[in-house]
Design a protein around this ligand. Structure first.
Ligand SMILES: Nc1ncnc2c1ncn2[C@@H]1O[C@H](COP(=O)(O)OP(=O)(O)OP(=O)(O)O)[C@@H](O)[C@H]1O
Length: 253
């Protein structure tokens, strides 16, 4: 289980027209709170995180596997503190970025998945065959030895997802995994995520996808402002984002 206890994230963000200071002289007034305090126990199988641009969703997602550490408060994964046990946390919690090019580092798909297997401790002798088996599972077997740049954007995101899954995490955190994909690839990735046995926490602007979650967190202005079943949380989010339409003027009597 992932548990956040009064987790706060701050960042150094000096005003553009403020005085310029060296690293040693950063002023307290230039430190801004970008998230929190957030206290949550994340136990549901499928959790969606929605909210406007810049509201803090990615920051929240990155807290969950220690990519971002809380400035105060704690984040624990199965009791492991992300600030102290980062490597063990990252073995449990995989992270999928919006842009697969930020994640895929090797020249070919089979090498990229093999790298994940290496990180997961799979012995060298079995890695190539295991990587091919993973690619086969997601329908990328015939792309295994092509240069990654020859894959479509959708195939690259599928590859990035496969490379994360190959490490067999207990939890998968996805930060807008389908935002860059066309409708067809979005459906492929959504279907794959829906079928995973793992807990999935997904940041998304796709409210249709969020509607299938067990729990939806609505983040706004660095706070979790709604938390509950999708119907109620998404209605609250829509009401927050979209002003009510003015009543139609009355017609002639
Ligand atoms: N390292 C940083 N330094 C200063 N400000 C930051 C830093 N990281 C994030 N922010 C700010 O914190 C806020 C929250 O950012 P975050 O990326 O979490 O939002 P988001 O909800 O994921 O946005 P989007 O939907 O646009 O991806 C934004 O205003 C962002 O500019």
């Amino acid at each position: 289980m992932i548990a956040l206890d009064a987790a706060v994230v701050t960042a150094y963000a000096p005003a553009a027209d403020g005085p310029r200071r060296g690293r040693a002289r950063r002023a307290a007034e230039d430190v801004v709170r970008i998230l929190g305090p957030v206290t949550l126990d994340l136990t549901e199988h499928r959790i969606a995180v929605v909210g406007p641009n810049g509201s803090g969703k990615s920051t929240l997602a990155r807290l969950l596997n220690g990519l971002t550490l809380p400035s105060s408060g704690t984040v624990r994964v199965d009791g492991l503190d992300t600030a102290r046990d980062g490597a063990a946390v990252r073995r449990r919690v995989g992270f999928l970025f919006t842009d697969p090019d930020a994640q895929v580092v090797m020249p070919t798909p089979v090498e990229d998945v093999a790298l994940s297997l290496r990180r997961a401790g799979v012995p060298a002798a079995g890695r190539d065959a295991a990587a091919r088996a993973w690619l086969d599972r997601v329908g990328l077997a015939d792309r295994a030895d092509l240069p990654v740049r020859a894959l479509s954007g959708g195939q690259r995101q599928l590859l990035a997802l496969t490379a994360v899954l190959a490490t067999e995490p207990d939890v998968l955190v996805c930060d807008e995994p389908t935002t860059l994909l066309d409708l067809r690839w979005r459906a492929v990735v959504d279907a794959l995520l829906a079928d995973l046995p793992q807990q999935v926490v997904q940041v998304t602007h796709d409210l249709d996808a969020a509607a299938h979650a067990d729990r939806v967190l609505v983040v706004d202005d660095g706070q979790v402002v709604h938390d509950g079943p999708p119907a109620a949380a998404l209605a609250a989010y829509r009401a927050r984002m979209l002003p009510p339409t003015p009543a139609a003027p009355a017609g002639p009597a």
